[in-house]
Design a protein around this ligand. Structure first.
Ligand SMILES: Cc1cc2nc3c(=O)[nH]c(=O)nc-3n(C[C@H](O)[C@H](O)[C@H](O)COP(=O)(O)OP(=O)(O)OC[C@H]3O[C@@H](n4cnc5c(N)ncnc54)[C@H](O)[C@@H]3O)c2cc1C
Length: 578
């Protein structure tokens, strides 16, 4: 049951308290089978449509981007990476991401061979909204048909679709077609699978939560921001935190709630480390600077922030087939809305992009003389190209006229690591976040090469009668120095931050949680969200987070079954660094 006010809660002691109602929070909590409570500062229950549903989270974070010289390059508001405004693309990453996680944690339960079972448990592949024949666009045997989350192939075709597929034939050695990256091999161009079913957004609230909304053993409290964990004692020499303090708004009275079993932090890569630090868990000196007493010293909290930096490249295109005209025409948009309301078809079911592609640098790329390959493995990628049939640019508004297409270059295996720190001890003050994008030679090199790759992609015959010219500064990126300057000016994020409460082996000298999601050095707390990924996987991150939530639920509900037979033998995995 969903409650608006703490006074409506029937009790204040639960088996589990889950903090955060995003991908992981709702996924984990609703997969568990006992009385639990979910705390959410904002929970949007309405179904969503296409790219127009961008309801903001209440937790807005101001994010600053710094160039390598430490100069403020851009400043844009970042919504907390909650599922509500996300672009719905839904994949899981490279098999090598999971095998790497198994190596890092020393727990073979994280290997692809084990983790891929959760794909079928989680998803329900359904026909696209336009009902088109999807033969050859995905591999049905890789997908679930009975899971909780409906997903589908694109339900609205756009002008670039056939040209992209033609390019995978014309320039097949560099840009091959990959029928379905759910196989664990991500390399090549693929049709996007999106968290959309029947023309409507599938979010954790429309799926996991909706499936149990009438159950009496789940209470969801909205408008409740957790301000800190409460210490409830000492167990086995470790501080136990089986309570939370929360408030509806700055200045509102604080409330408390307690867990018999555990508190599960699922407040995301930005919210989770903030709560930990407010609770006295973090770097002692940083906490002291805000007069917070350290309860558990852990210098990894808030560090190791890793994200996919995004650089949009725009081209001016012929005719009026792109979606730009629709976006500028209110009456056309109104008609599209009427169509969507009538039968859930039309442009509003478009899930942002219809194609993406993952690629590697050549093995003899000069950068490998100085940087060892940071990708998860030989079939994992270094960068992604994201294709949209309209003007897409996080920092430049759409021009008033003209038709466009965009290929965003995204850095998939970054070596830069950023951080999140408290700005103050006030839980309602947004933390300081510095992702330190492009702060390494490898990242600068790879993003530069990804821009060149996008240009090569558009040089194929399929584009000759469509593309008129590169737009704006892209047109004058003739040298490496030009591209670097262009990247410094326009690089932002695709909102995939991870790593701020990283998972590591039980005995590692770094990391925040153990392979079973338990907060190191504490009793009674687990962290289940994107923050535990120690590196950013080869995917837009909701899919990997859902798999994590599914595994968390198995570990918590059936610890012996999910782990006992999987532990120990990591002989099949070659050692690699994290
Ligand atoms: C604009 C945007 C577009 C994206 N597009 C895609 C995409 O197309 N495909 C994809 O795979 N991924 C996408 N992502 C990323 C994806 O949404 C995230 O990786 C995913 O939601 C992370 O899940 P999570 O459970 O870790 O965190 P979240 O889903 O962010 O959930 C965390 C929740 O905790 C809440 N919270 C935070 N602090 C507190 C507190 N103190 N007390 C209580 N609650 C708190 C937050 O409000 C939020 O609801 C996108 C993200 C954004 C922002």
């Amino acid at each position: 049951r969903v409650h608006q006010h703490s006074s409506q809660l029937p009790v204040n002691k639960y088996d589990y308290i889950v903090v955060g109602a995003g991908a992981a929070g709702l996924g984990t909590s609703l997969l568990l089978a006992s009385r639990r409570m979910v705390l959410a500062p904002s929970l949007f229950l309405r179904p969503a449509l296409g790219i127009f549903d961008t309801a903001p989270s209440s937790l807005s974070i101001l994010m600053t981007f710094f160039s390598d010289e430490g100069i403020l390059a851009a400043q844009v508001p970042l919504l907390a990476p909650t599922l509500t405004p996300n672009y719905m693309s839904h994949h899981y990453g490279s098999s090598e991401d999971y095998d790497r996680l198994a190596r890092i944690t020393g727990d073979s339960g994280w290997s692809w061979n084990n983790m891929k079972q959760y794909i079928k448990r989680h998803e329900k592949i359904v026909p696209p909204a336009d009902g088109h024949n999807t033969t050859g666009q995905y591999t049905p045997s890789l997908h679930g048909t009975n899971g909780v989350l409906p997903k589908s192939l694109p339900g609205y075709s756009v002008a670039t679709d056939s040209r992209i597929i033609a390019t995978t034939r014309e320039l097949s050695s560099e840009f091959p077609f990959n029928q379905d990256i759910t196989s664990g091999n991500v390399l090549g161009v693929t049709w996007v699978q999106s968290a959309i079913g029947g023309g409507k957004r599938s979010s954790s609230s429309t799926t996991y939560l909706a499936s149990v909304k009438d159950r009496k053993n789940v209470d969801v409290l909205v408008n409740a921001q957790v301000t800190k964990l409460l210490r409830t004692g000492t167990v086995g020499g470790k501080p136990s935190f089986k309570g939370v303090q929360y408030a509806a708004a700055p200045g509102s009275p604080t409330q408390t709630a307690y867990a018999r079993e555990e508190v599960i932090l699922s407040a995301g890569s930005l919210g989770t480390p903030q709560i930990l630090m407010l609770s006295g868990i973090g770097d002692k000196d940083e906490l002291a600077s805000h007069y917070i007493t350290t309860v558990i010293e852990n210098t990894s909290v808030g560090k190791n922030l890793s994200d996919h930096a995004l650089l949009p490249n725009n081209w001016i295109v012929q005719g009026t087939e792109s979606l730009d005209g629709l976006f500028r025409d209110q009456s056309a948009l109104n008609s599209a809305l009427v169509q969507w309301q009538a039968n859930k078809t039309g442009p509003l079911v478009h899930g942002t992009v219809n194609h993406i592609g993952f690629f590697r640098l050549p093995s003899d790329a000069p950068i490998f003389e100085t940087t060892s390959d940071p990708s998860s493995g030989p079939t994992a990628s270094h960068y992604e190209l994201i294709f949209s049939s309209y003007w897409l640019h996080p920092t430049l508004p759409s021009p008033a006229n003209g038709s466009y297409m965009t290929i965003c270059s995204a850095l998939i295996s970054p070596t830069s690591r950023g951080y999140l720190k408290l700005a103050s001890a006030d839980p309602f003050q947004t933390p300081l976040i510095n992702p330190q994008y492009l702060s390494t030679a490898f990242d600068k090199y790879t993003l530069r090469e990804a821009v060149k790759a996008a240009k090569r992609f558009t040089s194929g015959p399929a584009w000759a009668d469509y593309i008129l010219a590169p737009y704006g500064d892209l047109a004058s990126t003739n040298t490496d120095a030009d591209i670097d300057a262009y990247a410094r000016k326009y690089t932002s994020t695709i909102f995939h931050p991870v790593g701020t409460a990283a998972m590591s082996a039980k005995d590692a000298g770094w990391g925040v949680v153990d392979p079973d999601f338990r907060l190191k050095g504490a009793d009674g707390v687990r962290i289940v969200d994107a923050s535990v990924w120690p590196f950013v996987p080869n995917a837009h991150t909701q899919g990997p987070v859902y798999l994590l939530a599914e595994r968390a639920a198995s570990i918590i509900a059936e610890p012996s079954k999910s782990n006992a037979d999987l532990r120990g033998n990591l002989g099949f995995l070659n050692p690699r660094s994290r």
